[in-house]
Design a protein around this ligand. Structure first.
Ligand SMILES: [Zn+2]
Length: 216
């Protein structure tokens, strides 16, 4: 098993999460689940990789889940970019048009509560890779609009004997990810201490944040 923590520290380029997601969707397997709070990505690279993953499957299924927004159009006059509901519509219509899976299910949270980001690839009814985290499937979060978006953290878990993320990590800077694979004694401790170090570095750097109490 492999575990990696992926950090989007740099807003200039593609996020480490998006590199890993493109790998994950391209692994062969009959089912792909893409789940996100918001969705505004329409990227042919992603769609082509999804199709690669379904290429040799005869009964493939694509499932999307989203909906941290009202399940109807809530556009306001002040926003001319479309609401999250509209963007999810654009996302699933593009997937429906471009993706070759035999079955497709595009889900939306009925109550506007879905904010979980969990994407998973399944082969022979067996999950082989999963990525969980803060990154939405939005263009800014994925790093498709340079200089925009936020700092994000995601956890990638995969089965070493079924797939590899080597290409995703090969040219990343140290600090953009922490990789723990294969399992070794003390792995959890290192995972926790490194994460703690990053948080402490942030907490101790007064140039990165301000005291919220002073704002009220
Ligand atoms: Zn709308």
């Amino acid at each position: 098993m492999g575990i990696a923590l992926l950090f989007k520290n740099n807003l200039a380029g593609l996020s480490p999460y998006y590199r890993a997601l493109n790998d994950l969707v391209s692994f062969s397997g009959e089912k792909l689940i893409l789940s996100s709070g918001y969705t505004s990505v329409q990227d042919n690279t992603l769609f082509n990789n999804i199709n690669r993953g379904f290429r040799n499957e005869h009964n493939s299924e694509l499932i999307t889940i989203a909906g941290n927004f009202k399940p109807y159009c809530s556009c306001t006059k002040s926003s001319n970019q479309g609401c999250h509901f509209d963007k999810y519509g654009d996302f699933i219509l593009s997937l429906n048009f471009q993706c070759l899976s035999n079955q497709k299910r595009f889900l939306i949270d009925r109550y506007g509560n879905w904010h979980a980001k969990i994407s998973m690839k399944i082969r022979n009814n067996f999950p082989i890779a999963m990525v969980i985290g803060s990154t939405n499937l939005s263009r800014t979060a994925l790093g498709l609009i340079p200089g925009r978006g936020s700092h994000e953290a995601d956890v990638l878990i995969w089965r070493d004997s079924y797939c590899s993320f080597t290409n995703s990590f090969s040219d990343l800077k140290e600090g953009d990810y922490w990789r723990f694979s294969p399992y070794y004694q003390g792995q959890e401790e290192e995972l926790l201490t490194n994460q703690y170090k990053y948080l402490q570095d942030y907490i101790n750097n007064n140039q990165k944040h301000t005291n919220a109490l002073e704002l009220y």
